[in-house]
Design a protein around this ligand. Structure first.
Ligand code: C2E
Ligand code: CA
Ligand code: CA
Ligand code: CA
Length: 278
């Protein structure tokens, strides 16, 4: 009797039920959000560590809910990925990015590279690449202006297919970056095969870098291997001058982080760039 009682308890676990309800509610709201155009991109600058120049932007998704609240991706991307809504979201992000690149022609953003985040699921979706390519055929990019940030697992899950996709994207001016580098499988094998453009060193290696010789050893090695392979190296999550200084000494190409700017909306970005231009 005790056993079945236990099973019953498990079946009606109020905690699990709450999670399931929350997921369904979020999914429905997210569906509406896409339709009602409540998604918005914020932008975080990528800075050339040697010159201080802003050379690119990462687009980071936010959900501006009807009540005005800004919802961050950690709170809805996992739900989107588990329900398949991610495909519609990525399509929205890609289209928005394309549209921005074109509308920015005569603004301070004109010469900046733009990166978007692409989920593993999108990259595995057979419809994704053809859709991207037909959009790029219809409206060609200013060459090499768009970058897809992918995680290592995305590339490793089906590396032959990923490799083909990367080569095709390159034909249309889209470059590929490896996001959160160092936290995944970090097989150096694929680095030699794939035509990757940049490596983004995960923030966990950058935090307190100047106080941590072991982190320095790792970051130094990543920079060295990456550079020898002709890759651009980006440090994520640079928060302090000490970290910045340390990365400069290690000859890391680019940095991104709160030290330079938090992700901001388009109007703030424009103001920020105008002010820097003096
Ligand atoms: P990510 O791609 O690794 O993006 C970097 C995250 O670190 C961003 O969080 C950014 O705001 C934050 N960040 C930047 N500089 C600093 C810093 O100096 N210190 C700290 N503590 N954090 C910093 P955010 O915008 O909340 O995005 C979280 C994650 O959500 C992203 O991680 C990415 O995996 C995902 N994401 C964001 N936008 C999209 C999107 O359009 N599509 C997909 N599929 N995923 C997205
Ligand atoms: Ca990213
Ligand atoms: Ca990252
Ligand atoms: Ca991340």
């Amino acid at each position: 009797a005790k056993q079945s009682g236990k099973n019953k308890f498990h079946f009606f676990d109020p905690h699990l039920e709450r999670i399931a309800l929350h997921r369904v509610a979020t999914e429905q709201k997210l569906r509406n959000a896409i339709e009602n155009n409540e998604l918005v991109l914020h932008y975080q600058p990528k800075v050339n560590l040697a010159t201080g120049e802003i050379v690119g932007l990462e687009a980071l998704l936010r959900w501006q809910a009807a009540d005005g609240k800004l919802i961050y991706p950690d709170q809805f991307i996992p739900v989107a990925e588990s329900t398949g809504l991610i495909h519609a979201i990525t399509r929205w992000v890609f289209n928005a990015a394309l549209q921005k690149l074109h509308s920015w022609a005569d603004t301070p953003m004109a010469n900046l590279h733009l990166s978007i985040n692409v989920s593993a699921q999108d990259f595995a979706d057979p419809v994704f690449l053809p859709t991207v390519i037909s959009a790029l055929r219809a409206t060609p990019l200013p060459h090499g202006k768009l970058e897809f940030e992918l995680t290592e697992s995305t590339l490793l899950d089906n590396h032959e297919q990923a490799n083909k996709a990367i080569s095709q994207l390159l034909l249309y001016g889209v470059e590929v970056a490896i996001d959160d580098f160092g936290t995944g499988y970090s097989s150096f094998n694929y680095l030699q095969e794939m035509r990757i453009h940049s490596l983004k060193i995960d923030r966990s290696f950058i935090t307190e870098l100047h106080n941590n010789p072991r982190k320095q050893a790792i970051v130094k090695s990543i920079i060295s291997v990456g550079k020898n392979l002709g890759l651009q190296i980006v440090a994520e999550g640079v928060e302090t001058k000490d970290e910045h200084q340390c990365l400069k000494q290690l000859d890391c190409h680019l940095g991104q982080g709160y030290l330079f700017s938090r992700p901001v909306d388009e109007a703030s970005l424009l103001a920020f760039l105008k002010q820097r231009q003096g």
